[in-house]
Write a protein that binds this ligand. Structure first.
Ligand code: AMP
Length: 285
């Protein structure tokens, strides 16, 4: 069952009418694909009602980024969601305009320090403020009990967890694995900017991450490989092997979980990907 809501007043009235149920939240910017659907399905398994938000948040785009071009495909998104077999109710809340979330005189923004300062945060200085602010508001407006995010945006997931912990927001955050296409490319709404040729070039990202994982797990010289990959291809924005909890550089022996975090440019499109490595399996502590 899917119920579509486009205005804030209708959403608030609907939310007010829900009693006692556990409410799951899946925040998205739409142009849904199997990655988003995996979050939705998990949320349906674990909650009585699920709120799927579709909101292209202007505050998380930089001045020269693709806010106006970002694919808005509400009709197709509704069709995709309608195909999910469930007896539970899915509320698809797609605010008609930004003012439904950020009224014209809105002047507050939320900064999570530290974890936002490198990688995506360094390249997109206002991005995480925009994300934290909208996610905080969505948590507050939806009063959800549990919210679902993708590991695909790994730094974003850590930022949200930190915000929830610092502000003592009563919500459980669940991070779901990355869904990929058959060639290994992580699904992303921005993949549709890629030509067929670009899509082949884009495979450098998952393939390099996978190779680094393999080298680490086989105790081979992964750092030399990563450094050479970075030097030989100017399309990398970053390629790092980090402590998955802190995003600080780390060695396999020192932490229980590493993340290999990468951002790679194909033409004007930036692609993000990562692999988590459980080092306990290989390196006895
Ligand atoms: P977006 O609409 O791109 O803002 O993404 C909405 C949510 O879907 C975020 O929590 C993303 O991390 C998650 N997501 C995006 N792509 C994938 C993917 N390939 N696999 C799993 N989750 C994803």
């Amino acid at each position: 069952m899917i119920k579509i809501i486009t205005t804030r007043i209708d959403f608030d009235n609907y939310r007010h009418s829900l009693t006692q149920e556990s409410v799951g939240l899946v925040p998205t910017m739409g142009n849904l694909h199997a990655g988003h659907i995996s979050l939705l399905k998990e949320s349906l398994l674990e909650n009585d009602v699920v709120i799927l938000t579709i909101f292209v948040n202007p505050k998380q785009f930089g001045e020269h980024e693709d806010f106006h071009l970002y694919p808005r495909t509400l009709k197709k998104d509704c069709e995709l969601v309608s195909q999910i077999e469930t007896s539970k109710q899915i509320i698809l809340w797609a605010p008609e305009n930004s003012e439904e979330i950020f009224p014209a005189n809105f002047s507050t923004s939320l900064t999570v320090k530290g974890i936002t300062e490198k990688f995506e945060g360094a390249l997109r200085p206002t991005h995480f403020e925009g994300v934290a602010t909208v996610v905080y508001l969505l948590f507050k407006i939806t009063k959800a009990h549990k919210a679902y995010f993708g590991q695909k945006d790994f730094q974003q997931a850590l930022v949200i967890k930190k915000m929830v912990s610092d502000l003592e927001i009563p919500i459980v955050i669940k991070i779901m694995p990355i869904i990929r296409n058959s060639s290994g490319l992580a699904l992303s709404s921005r993949n549709q900017y890629l030509t067929d040729e670009d899509k082949i070039k884009a495979l450098t990202l998952p393939q390099t991450l996978k190779k680094i994982e393999e080298l680490i797990l086989n105790k081979k010289p992964y750092l030399t490989f990563a450094q050479t990959a970075l030097q030989e291809d100017k399309n990398w924005d970053y390629l790092e092997i980090l402590n998955a909890k802190t995003l600080l550089p780390a060695l396999p022996l020192d932490v229980e979980e590493l993340v290999v975090l990468g951002a790679y440019r194909v033409g004007k499109t930036r692609l993000l990907d990562n692999i988590l490595i459980n080092t306990k399996k290989v390196f006895k502590k």
